[in-house]
Design a protein around this ligand. Structure first.
Ligand code: CA
Length: 226
Protein backbone atom coordinates (compact mmCIF):
# COMPACT_ATOMS: atom_id res chain seq x y z
CA UNK A 1 0.00 0.00 0.00
CA UNK A 2 1.83 3.08 -1.20
CA UNK A 3 -0.23 5.72 0.50
CA UNK A 4 0.53 9.21 1.70
CA UNK A 5 -0.08 9.42 5.40
CA UNK A 6 0.08 12.47 7.65
CA UNK A 7 0.88 11.99 11.32
CA UNK A 8 -0.18 14.83 13.59
CA UNK A 9 1.31 14.00 16.98
CA UNK A 10 3.27 16.16 19.41
CA UNK A 11 5.00 13.26 21.11
CA UNK A 12 7.92 13.02 18.75
CA UNK A 13 8.97 9.56 19.86
CA UNK A 14 5.58 8.14 18.99
CA UNK A 15 5.43 10.07 15.73
CA UNK A 16 8.89 8.88 14.75
CA UNK A 17 8.17 5.27 15.62
CA UNK A 18 4.91 5.21 13.69
CA UNK A 19 6.59 6.96 10.77
CA UNK A 20 9.28 4.27 10.57
CA UNK A 21 6.72 1.49 10.64
CA UNK A 22 4.56 3.10 7.99
CA UNK A 23 7.55 3.74 5.75
CA UNK A 24 8.62 0.17 6.26
CA UNK A 25 5.21 -0.83 4.87
CA UNK A 26 5.87 1.27 1.79
CA UNK A 27 3.98 4.43 2.68
CA UNK A 28 5.03 8.02 2.26
CA UNK A 29 4.82 9.84 5.56
CA UNK A 30 4.72 13.44 6.68
CA UNK A 31 4.66 14.63 10.27
CA UNK A 32 3.36 17.64 12.13
CA UNK A 33 3.99 18.26 15.82
CA UNK A 34 1.19 20.64 16.74
CA UNK A 35 -2.41 21.25 15.80
CA UNK A 36 -1.92 24.32 13.64
CA UNK A 37 0.92 22.87 11.61
CA UNK A 38 -1.06 19.66 11.25
CA UNK A 39 -4.17 21.43 10.03
CA UNK A 40 -2.16 23.46 7.55
CA UNK A 41 -0.52 20.36 6.12
CA UNK A 42 -3.77 18.45 6.07
CA UNK A 43 -5.51 21.16 4.09
CA UNK A 44 -2.69 22.04 1.72
CA UNK A 45 -1.40 18.59 0.85
CA UNK A 46 -2.92 15.45 -0.54
CA UNK A 47 -3.09 12.60 1.93
CA UNK A 48 -4.73 9.21 1.75
CA UNK A 49 -5.05 9.03 5.52
CA UNK A 50 -4.38 11.15 8.60
CA UNK A 51 -3.38 9.94 12.06
CA UNK A 52 -4.47 12.61 14.48
CA UNK A 53 -3.62 12.86 18.16
CA UNK A 54 -6.34 14.38 20.33
CA UNK A 55 -4.15 16.12 22.89
CA UNK A 56 -2.16 18.57 20.83
CA UNK A 57 -0.65 21.96 21.57
CA UNK A 58 -1.85 24.90 19.52
CA UNK A 59 -5.13 23.48 18.36
CA UNK A 60 -6.51 20.27 19.84
CA UNK A 61 -7.12 17.24 17.69
CA UNK A 62 -10.90 17.48 17.75
CA UNK A 63 -10.78 21.05 16.50
CA UNK A 64 -8.28 20.07 13.83
CA UNK A 65 -10.62 17.29 12.77
CA UNK A 66 -13.63 19.62 12.58
CA UNK A 67 -11.74 22.01 10.37
CA UNK A 68 -10.40 19.24 8.14
CA UNK A 69 -13.94 17.91 7.72
CA UNK A 70 -15.18 21.29 6.48
CA UNK A 71 -12.99 20.81 3.46
CA UNK A 72 -11.88 17.23 3.11
CA UNK A 73 -13.20 13.72 3.22
CA UNK A 74 -9.83 12.07 3.90
CA UNK A 75 -9.92 9.10 6.32
CA UNK A 76 -8.85 10.13 9.84
CA UNK A 77 -7.85 7.84 12.69
CA UNK A 78 -7.73 9.53 16.09
CA UNK A 79 -5.09 8.66 18.67
CA UNK A 80 -6.67 8.97 22.09
CA UNK A 81 -5.52 8.56 25.65
CA UNK A 82 -6.64 5.48 27.50
CA UNK A 83 -10.14 5.78 28.94
CA UNK A 84 -10.78 9.11 27.26
CA UNK A 85 -14.25 7.96 26.29
CA UNK A 86 -15.47 11.46 25.58
CA UNK A 87 -12.62 12.01 23.14
CA UNK A 88 -13.57 8.86 21.26
CA UNK A 89 -17.20 9.80 21.08
CA UNK A 90 -16.47 13.39 20.12
CA UNK A 91 -13.96 12.22 17.55
CA UNK A 92 -16.39 9.89 15.87
CA UNK A 93 -19.10 12.56 16.03
CA UNK A 94 -16.75 15.02 14.41
CA UNK A 95 -16.16 12.64 11.55
CA UNK A 96 -13.24 10.43 12.53
CA UNK A 97 -13.23 7.06 10.80
CA UNK A 98 -11.76 5.24 13.75
CA UNK A 99 -9.71 5.76 16.88
CA UNK A 100 -6.98 3.86 18.63
CA UNK A 101 -6.08 4.11 22.30
CA UNK A 102 -2.55 4.85 23.41
CA UNK A 103 -0.45 2.92 24.09
CA UNK A 104 -1.22 0.78 21.05
CA UNK A 105 0.41 -2.17 19.37
CA UNK A 106 1.76 -1.10 16.01
CA UNK A 107 0.17 -4.14 14.36
CA UNK A 108 -3.23 -2.96 15.52
CA UNK A 109 -2.65 0.52 14.18
CA UNK A 110 -1.51 -0.87 10.83
CA UNK A 111 -4.57 -3.10 10.68
CA UNK A 112 -6.88 -0.18 11.38
CA UNK A 113 -5.14 1.90 8.75
CA UNK A 114 -5.68 -0.84 6.21
CA UNK A 115 -9.37 -1.03 7.09
CA UNK A 116 -9.83 2.74 6.90
CA UNK A 117 -8.08 2.92 3.54
CA UNK A 118 -10.09 0.04 2.17
CA UNK A 119 -13.40 1.56 3.24
CA UNK A 120 -12.61 4.74 1.41
CA UNK A 121 -11.05 2.99 -1.55
CA UNK A 122 -12.54 3.10 -5.02
CA UNK A 123 -16.04 1.71 -4.98
CA UNK A 124 -16.01 -1.68 -6.57
CA UNK A 125 -19.03 -2.42 -8.61
CA UNK A 126 -19.86 -5.92 -7.55
CA UNK A 127 -21.43 -8.02 -10.21
CA UNK A 128 -23.38 -10.92 -8.91
CA UNK A 129 -23.81 -13.07 -11.94
CA UNK A 130 -23.33 -16.77 -12.20
CA UNK A 131 -22.95 -18.51 -15.53
CA UNK A 132 -22.93 -22.24 -16.12
CA UNK A 133 -23.42 -23.95 -19.46
CA UNK A 134 -24.85 -20.85 -21.07
CA UNK A 135 -27.28 -20.26 -18.21
CA UNK A 136 -26.69 -16.85 -16.61
CA UNK A 137 -28.29 -15.92 -13.32
CA UNK A 138 -28.15 -12.25 -12.35
CA UNK A 139 -28.70 -11.88 -8.60
CA UNK A 140 -29.09 -8.11 -8.72
CA UNK A 141 -31.62 -8.00 -11.50
CA UNK A 142 -33.30 -11.21 -10.51
CA UNK A 143 -32.96 -12.41 -14.07
CA UNK A 144 -32.11 -15.67 -15.72
CA UNK A 145 -31.02 -15.97 -19.31
CA UNK A 146 -30.11 -18.95 -21.41
CA UNK A 147 -27.80 -18.04 -24.25
CA UNK A 148 -29.10 -14.47 -23.95
CA UNK A 149 -32.75 -15.54 -23.96
CA UNK A 150 -34.78 -14.42 -20.91
CA UNK A 151 -36.40 -17.19 -18.88
CA UNK A 152 -39.36 -16.38 -16.64
CA UNK A 153 -39.04 -18.04 -13.25
CA UNK A 154 -41.10 -17.82 -10.09
CA UNK A 155 -39.34 -16.68 -6.92
CA UNK A 156 -38.91 -20.19 -5.62
CA UNK A 157 -37.64 -21.51 -8.91
CA UNK A 158 -35.17 -18.65 -8.99
CA UNK A 159 -33.99 -19.29 -5.42
CA UNK A 160 -33.62 -22.97 -6.11
CA UNK A 161 -31.59 -22.34 -9.25
CA UNK A 162 -29.48 -19.78 -7.41
CA UNK A 163 -28.69 -22.24 -4.61
CA UNK A 164 -27.67 -24.93 -7.04
CA UNK A 165 -25.58 -22.60 -9.19
CA UNK A 166 -23.83 -21.04 -6.20
CA UNK A 167 -22.97 -24.49 -4.94
CA UNK A 168 -22.06 -25.91 -8.31
CA UNK A 169 -20.50 -29.37 -8.25
CA UNK A 170 -21.84 -29.91 -4.73
CA UNK A 171 -24.76 -32.27 -4.23
CA UNK A 172 -27.46 -30.58 -2.15
CA UNK A 173 -30.04 -32.71 -0.41
CA UNK A 174 -33.75 -31.96 -0.57
CA UNK A 175 -33.99 -30.80 3.00
CA UNK A 176 -31.26 -28.23 2.60
CA UNK A 177 -32.78 -27.00 -0.62
CA UNK A 178 -36.21 -26.83 0.96
CA UNK A 179 -34.93 -24.80 3.91
CA UNK A 180 -33.27 -22.34 1.60
CA UNK A 181 -36.02 -22.08 -0.93
CA UNK A 182 -39.13 -22.33 1.23
CA UNK A 183 -37.75 -21.04 4.54
CA UNK A 184 -36.97 -22.93 7.72
CA UNK A 185 -40.51 -22.67 8.98
CA UNK A 186 -41.95 -24.36 5.93
CA UNK A 187 -44.00 -27.35 6.86
CA UNK A 188 -44.52 -29.74 4.05
CA UNK A 189 -43.11 -32.55 2.06
CA UNK A 190 -39.57 -32.31 0.79
CA UNK A 191 -40.84 -33.55 -2.53
CA UNK A 192 -41.95 -29.98 -3.12
CA UNK A 193 -38.34 -29.56 -4.28
CA UNK A 194 -38.82 -32.29 -6.85
CA UNK A 195 -41.76 -30.35 -8.19
CA UNK A 196 -39.74 -27.15 -8.56
CA UNK A 197 -36.87 -29.06 -10.12
CA UNK A 198 -39.30 -30.40 -12.67
CA UNK A 199 -40.49 -26.88 -13.48
CA UNK A 200 -36.89 -25.69 -13.85
CA UNK A 201 -36.04 -28.57 -16.14
CA UNK A 202 -39.04 -27.85 -18.29
CA UNK A 203 -38.12 -24.19 -18.57
CA UNK A 204 -34.38 -24.65 -19.03
CA UNK A 205 -33.04 -28.16 -19.64
CA UNK A 206 -35.82 -29.37 -21.93
CA UNK A 207 -36.46 -26.13 -23.70
CA UNK A 208 -32.83 -25.39 -24.50
CA UNK A 209 -31.61 -28.95 -24.81
CA UNK A 210 -29.00 -28.74 -22.05
CA UNK A 211 -28.29 -31.03 -19.13
CA UNK A 212 -28.06 -28.54 -16.29
CA UNK A 213 -29.62 -30.13 -13.22
CA UNK A 214 -28.54 -33.64 -12.34
CA UNK A 215 -30.39 -35.93 -9.95
CA UNK A 216 -28.32 -37.85 -7.43
CA UNK A 217 -30.56 -40.71 -6.48
CA UNK A 218 -31.46 -40.92 -2.83
CA UNK A 219 -29.69 -37.66 -2.06
CA UNK A 220 -30.66 -34.61 -4.01
CA UNK A 221 -29.53 -32.46 -6.89
CA UNK A 222 -26.42 -30.93 -8.34
CA UNK A 223 -25.46 -28.58 -11.13
CA UNK A 224 -22.17 -29.59 -12.64
CA UNK A 225 -19.96 -27.04 -14.24
CA UNK A 226 -18.86 -29.24 -17.13
CA1 CA B 1 -0.39 14.44 22.51
Amino acid sequence: MANRILIIEDEEKIARFVELELKHEGNEVEKAFDGREGLEKALSGHFDLILLDVMLPGLNGLEVLRRIRLEKDVPVIMLTARDAVMDKVSGLDAGADDYITKPFAIEELLARIRVALKKRGPVEVATHTLTIKGVTLDEDRYEVKVNGDSVELTNREFELLRMLMKNKNIVLDREKLMNEVCGYDYIGETNIIDVYIRYLRTKIDDRYGIKLIHTVRGVGYVIKES
